[in-house]
Design a protein around this ligand. Sequence first.
Ligand code: GDP
Length: 523
Amino acid sequence: MAETNEQAVARRRTFAIIAHPDAGKTTLTEKLLLFGGAIQLAGEVKAKKNRVQSRSDWMKIERERGISVVTSVMTFEYKDCVFNLLDTPGHEDFADDTYRTLSAVDSAVMVIDAAKGIEPRTLKLFEVCRLRDIPIVTFINKMDRESRDPFEILDEVEEKLALDTAPVNWPIGRSKTFCGTYELASNTVRGSDDEVARTPVNGPQADAAAGKLPENEREAFIEEVDLAREACRPFDRQAFREGHMTPVYFGSALKNFGVRDLIDALVDYGPAPRAQDADIRRVEATEDGMTAFVFKIQANMDPNHRDRIAFARVCSGTLSRGMKAKLVRTGKSITLSAPQFFFASQRQLADEARAGDVVGIPNHGTLRIGDTLTEGEDLLFHGVPNFAPEILRRVRLMDAMKGKKLTEALQQMAEEGVVQLFNPEDGSPAIIGVVGALQIDVLKERLKQEYQLPVDFEPARFSVCRWMEADKAELQRFMDAHRADIARDLDGDPVFMAQNGFSLNYEAERWKAVTFKAIKDYQ
Ligand code: GDP
């Protein structure tokens, strides 16, 4: 019998891992995939990552092998749940995509290095999750190494993220003596992740808990467990679902501790696909009609073919191969003849995808970031925001005769989300903006390969840009007063360009009726 929408939705878990580089995201990903049977041997994801050594390598490798397409979405099954793990590019490949991906998930696993605590990138990604109150499960990694005191880490999460914490498990031992986890509420222990079931014990003093530690560490462990129970908040599912509380798990992705705790948690209470807000109404995940939105576009590896893969998250209903869907932006109908599913190591043709799933839709530039697909209904999801770029550059064309072609090409690239594009009101050359430096290299390479346009980039006189919100007259007054510092984004919305944070603050002080925004929703 076909699975009902309710059943399909209930067993879907669509999530991302957010972490500062080197906290252990790749290692954890690999372990999760192993549990799901999606890869045979640990080391496969890692091997892919290690091939990416420099930026230019990245371009070549991506083209040759389509690595980022393959690792963009990893689908695996575990305990009857279908997990869609969406990759958030992190090292040199950090980009606007990293943020956008977070608009397509229902929860996130935040990986923190136990010795380092909250690092800058973690904080940033967390803030993006908070915009939509995405529930966060915290994994304190590398407990097998010298680490900070667990209470101290919990305090830091509470303070820096303004997020309540509830430790669910507690580390048995520290660094060299770390040998498993103690679940506070259930009084159960698990040694390594090879132990499928947790063992019930009658308290932290049990042989299977404190008894595993050297004698001189036992008492401290028992006290800690008591203290954690008394002083920490108990896990509150509702507060977690609303994004106010994070359950915390301690472990070591490398040494196989605590990862099973984590994935079991996602099975037990990881949120199923959520309802999505559209312009005219809220769309429930269990509705029959298919709806989806595009959150990422990947250029094809072959530069001679301008085909792209658009990554769409299904929000409701069933997306099936061969179906016709309405692209609401243009009103046109498109046939989804070859949607692709992503089973960890190879791409497969999917027959159908349900709410929460992500599919790759090959197209020739028809689909843009933020696009909504439906079975006919005129609704637009406003799920994919723009984030103010952190790097701004002016585009310098080597061959002045090709100005018009460049304008078109930049427009295309911006629609695809490779970079953001800003056209200054004073008619000076376009400014591009990115959150990760690699995006500039990608743009340069693609303009050369696909459009035969050699370009260079020079520092713009601006380093910060913000969208503005104010009543019409006030906005006009501000723009008139700052003519040389106003540009238009892809949608024609005005953007204020500031030399630096200081001058932005200065203007914000002077123009109290204008709100300067670092985030803009697409529609
Ligand atoms: P990413 O940059 O967040 O993807 O981090 P990786 O997964 O590549 O890990 C960065 C480094 O930390 C690698 O050398 C890993 O082997 C190491 N590492 C990851 N998890 C652990 C852990 O639990 N314990 C220890 N000791 N090292 C770890």
